[in-house]
Write a protein that binds this ligand. Structure first.
Ligand code: NAD
Ligand code: ZN
Ligand code: ZN
Length: 392
């Protein structure tokens, strides 16, 4: 089958790879009808995540039709149309029972042990490096879905792939990010990053009752999309974010802040020394790369810092002193997908939201994948979200 693969830092290629097979009784195999590129894939592409290996199949926002079912999977049958969450979890361990699905105890954080060591498949993420299970991803014609009796949801008739595809990741991620803000009816939330996660978070903050949402980015088309979603916007390339936010909130600061940028903002060009001196001199808020620190600086005392943005390894320095002294609450993590997929499917069915508005580019040819990755990374041609339909 054809699949998009990670080759080396900055290099994605479309390759012919072996078709996936059932490896465990609870697996299913799907024929991928739609899959997307996520901002997290850009972190992988940029080489920020450790333990990617040449040839690894990318992709963790995927849906499709079940074509084969493992012998122990009583939940799904051939022909079911399913959305696959980007997290793989067992459904049996303490964390899964507590509803902390992305903290499944069957993960393998040091990336060294093999599934055979335990006798069951590892939890982890699709297409996301060997530190998270080393599973092949879904930017491919077919996908093996482990623990397919836990995470995937069957799509009811009458909904298009594009309406439900983002239940696989960014819609629940945006919703969890908004929920982490503990939003009250008078609240103002500021969001750094108007990528797919940030823009959907604008919508989710309103779904959860925010009075006002302010979104920050430097890409004009993305700021325009955030405005369409109902946000007021700040262009960080033209305005001082800190000063503007203080003006907009009468000197109080937003009640909650969301960091929806991730490693792009803390990338390789930030030396520890440079960031430390920026914090010491209180100039950190003026600098483009430090979305998290800007957010911490802007948030009102006692407020919430919600961080869906993905980071790997030690990242620093973070304005921890300000976080502590202002009594802020920091909430983060990979999204507890199973918690949100069904309720958010209902939101889509009710017509409360149609997340497909963020799609800008569609392709039926995975060979176009590398060029579309470049476009999404470089934010060219008004690219806000790429969706592939590998079988047309
Ligand atoms: P994206 O790369 O498309 O969007 C990021 C946006 O941030 C871009 O529009 C960019 O211009 C903007 N930006 C860069 N530096 C900035 C700064 N200093 N201030 C404000 N904006 C800045 O990515 P996305 O798909 O929207 O994802 C956003 C983040 O969410 C990524 O880190 C991704 O890995 C993460 N994510 C997390 C989860 C989770 O489970 N926690 C799931 C999905 C995505
Ligand atoms: Zn993602
Ligand atoms: Zn588990």
């Amino acid at each position: 089958m054809k699949a998009l693969t990670w080759q080396s830092r900055g290099k994605i290629t479309c390759e012919t790879v072996p078709d996936p097979k059932i490896e465990h009784g609870r697996d299913v195999i799907i024929k991928v009808t739609a899959c997307a590129i996520c901002g997290s894939d850009l972190h992988l592409m940029g080489g920020f995540m450790p333990t990617m290996e040449c040839g690894d199949v990318l992709g963790h926002e995927t849906m499709g039709e079940v074509i084969e079912v493992g012998k122990d999977n009583a939940k799904l049958k051939v022909g079911d149309r399913i959305v696959v969450p980007f997290t793989i979890c067992c459904g049996e361990c303490r964390q899964c029972k507590w509803g902390n699905w992305s903290c499944c105890e069957r993960t393998n954080p040091n990336g060294k042990l093999q599934a055979e060591t335990y006798g069951y498949p590892l939890a982890g993420l699709f297409g996301f490096s060997h530190i998270t299970g080393g599973y092949a991803g879904g930017q491919a014609e077919y996908l093996r879905v482990p623990y397919a009796d836990v995470g995937p949801i069957v799509v009811p008739e009458g909904l298009t792939d594009e309406q439900v595809l983002f239940l696989s990741d960014i819609f629940p991620t945006a919703y969890q990010a908004a929920e982490h803000c503990d939003i009250g009816p008078e609240d103002t939330v500021a969001i750094w990053g108007c990528g797919p996660v940030g823009v959907l978070a604008v919508k989710c903050c309103y779904l959860l009752g925010a009075k006002r949402v302010i979104a920050i980015d430097s890409v004009p088309e993305r700021l325009a999309l955030a405005r369409e979603a109902g946000a007021e916007t700040i262009d960080l390339s033209k305005e001082n974010v800190q000063d503007t936010l203080m003006e907009m909130t009468k000197g109080l600061g937003p009640d909650s802040v969301i960091e929806a940028v991730g490693m792009e903002s803390h990338g390789a060009d930030t030396t520890l020394q440079k960031v430390t001196s920026a914090i010491m001199e209180h100039t950190v808020s003026l600098e483009r790369p430090y979305a998290l620190n800007q957010a911490i600086l802007a948030c009102r005392p006692g407020g919430n810092v919600s961080m869906p943005g993905v980071f790997a390894g030690p990242v620093g320095p973070v304005a921890l002193g300000i976080l502590m002294n202002k009594g802020l609450t920091l909430k983060t993590g990979q999204t507890h997908m199973v918690r949100y997929m069904k309720p958010l499917l209902e939101r889509i069915q009710n017509g409360d939201i149609d997340p497909s508005f963020i799609i800008s580019h569609r392709s039926t040819n995975l060979e176009e994948g590398p060029a579309l990755y470049d476009l999404f990374r470089d934010k060219k041609d008004n690219c806000t979200k790429v969706v592939f339909k590998p079988h047309g």
